[in-house]
Design a binder for this molecule. Structure first.
Ligand code: URA
Ligand code: URA
Length: 196
């Protein structure tokens, strides 16, 4: 199966209840041969409307980390989420919520296959749902971030979700959590042999 075939299958997926409330499936995007893959939680409002991952406010911060921080182009990496459809409270499309275990389980087929097909050298998980799913743990991001872990032999660096950074300190300023993310990102750059 190719990535394009997997995407076509995801676009008509009805494996979980999120299928009935989504506008668009947000499969993921980027270089199908990326050395680096970012995995977030799930689409928000802007992503659900556009069909693209990380295009809202958190996405703009992630894009700055990739382009201004790492000096890579967004299209050189691959960006995906644990769930491909937007989870909202009561399915009403107003307030986002984290994906529920049955939704993560139903969608896991797509993410696992994506990772297998892209075969990145390094994975960065953003926040708790992605980190817990990939590392198969209930441990929290505070404890797991900043250290190397592994998924099927691929090095995994968990770090804070950009939404968390926005909630704790806003877009600007050198907050402690931003410094922690930058520390984690530098470890990733070193692992990939990028100039730090
Ligand atoms: N937050 C996520 O986790 N993923 C997105 O695609 C957008 C916001
Ligand atoms: N570059 C920075 O300066 N800070 C970050 O958090 C990420 C990239």
């Amino acid at each position: 199966m190719t990535l394009a075939e997997l995407e076509a299958e995801a676009k008509r997926c009805i494996r979980c209840k999120l299928a009935s409330t989504r506008t668009q499936v947000v499969f993921g995007e980027g270089n199908p041969k990326a050395r680096l893959m970012f995995i977030g939680e799930g689409p928000g409002k802007e992503e659900d409307l556009s069909g693209r991952p990380f295009v809202g406010r958190a996405g703009q911060l992630l894009t700055r980390i990739i382009e201004q921080g790492m000096k890579l182009r967004r299209e050189d990496v691959y960006i995906a989420n644990v769930v491909k459809c937007r989870p909202t409270v009561d399915g009403l499309g107003v307030r986002d919520r984290p994906p529920e275990p049955d939704e993560v389980a139903a969608c896991s087929f797509y993410l696992k296959k994506q990772i297998e097909l892209i075969a990145p050298e390094v994975i960065v998980t953003l926040g708790n749902p992605a980190t817990r799913f990939l590392l198969n743990t209930n441990e929290g991001i505070m404890k797991l971030r900043g250290k190397w872990h592994s998924y099927n032999g691929i090095p995994v660096m968990p770090t804070y979700h950009p939404s968390f950074l926005l909630r704790h300190g806003g877009e600007t300023g050198n907050t402690p959590h931003k410094r922690e993310v930058w520390n984690d990102i530098k470890l990733v750059m070193q692992k990939l042999g990028l100039p730090v």
